[in-house]
Design a protein around this ligand. Structure first.
Ligand SMILES: [Zn+2]
Ligand SMILES: [Zn+2]
Length: 267
């Protein structure tokens, strides 16, 4: 049975956010520390079985300035600090095409990009005529991915797919129509990199969605899918929760900020 290591590499942070920016419903039982939490931004590195797979590519300095986020380090540089050169990456999974997951597409010259059919259709189709749905995308990232299609560097998936022994992709949609999550076998059992299927632990625990939604029903069903795929809620890793950096052990290598998700959380 294959077992991989997964590290979350933090590359950016937001400021403290209003409760309405983190939760769709105003829940009177929520404590403000939880409700107004800032977001952290990560890319995820999977290693093992002779493979090095990057999940998402983050954003760059220009995007950070445009959206008033604090870029700590370009994700490509974060990889280098961790000891992995960007040109050594052969596979990049793009969970979805939002700006904070699909920038830097020029930084991985030897990679092929795994994406769901429906994400590409969504990001280039009629729904992008609506500002409310378009806002989390950056058109240049989408155009860049189209160029990769024409250069035969994109691998399309429709629903479920195995991209390396035991590593599977699963479309859940909801937040973005073609959002996919990644299930990775590790020594503590299957870990699911949820990306934006779960922004914060509290979104899933309180069944209170993050307010960027394409299809609410798919988002809610997606949480059940995640628990089924992981087999235990503590093996679902949310995409933007600063608590990840508090409860997982810090990586024992590299000079940057990374946390080992294949090890049991301590908090
Ligand atoms: Zn997103
Ligand atoms: Zn995101």
């Amino acid at each position: 049975m294959s077992a991989y290591e997964i590290h979350a590499l933090r590359y950016a942070k937001s400021g403290r956010r209003d409760v309405r920016e983190n939760f769709l419903n105003l829940d009177p039982g929520m404590d403000l520390h939880e409700a107004e939490t800032p977001l952290d931004y990560f890319v995820w590195l999977i290693e093992g079985e002779g493979r090095t797979i990057l999940v998402d590519t983050g954003f760059n300095e220009a995007a950070a300035a445009a959206r008033k986020r604090t870029l700590l380090v370009n994700p490509a540089e974060a990889l280098s600090r961790f000891g992995v050169e960007p040109d050594a990456i052969q596979d990049v999974v793009i969970t979805h095409l939002h700006y904070d997951h699909a920038g830097n597409l020029d930084r991985f010259p030897n990679a092929r990009f795994h994406i769901q059919d429906r994400e590409m259709a969504y990001a280039t189709g009629r729904h992008m005529c609506h500002r409310a749905l378009r806002t989390p995308f950056a058109v240049e990232d989408v155009v860049h991915m189209v160029r990769h299609v024409y250069a035969e560097r994109v691998v399309f998936h429709d629903g479920e797919a195995e991209i390396a022994p035991g590593i599977t992709l699963h479309r859940v949609g909801g937040h973005s129509d073609g959002l996919q999550v990644v299930r990775v076998p590790t020594r503590r059992g299957p870990v699911v990199i949820a990306s934006d299927a779960v922004h914060l632990y509290a979104n899933m625990n309180r069944q209170n969605p993050f307010p960027i939604v394409f299809h609410l029903g798919d988002m809610l069903e997606g949480w059940r899918t995640l628990e089924r795929l992981a087999g235990a809620p503590e093996r679902v890793v949310p995409g933007h929760d600063p608590r990840v950096t508090e409860i997982y052990p810090k990586a024992r290598r590299g000079t940057g900020e990374a946390w080992a998700l294949h090890e049991d959380p301590t908090g």
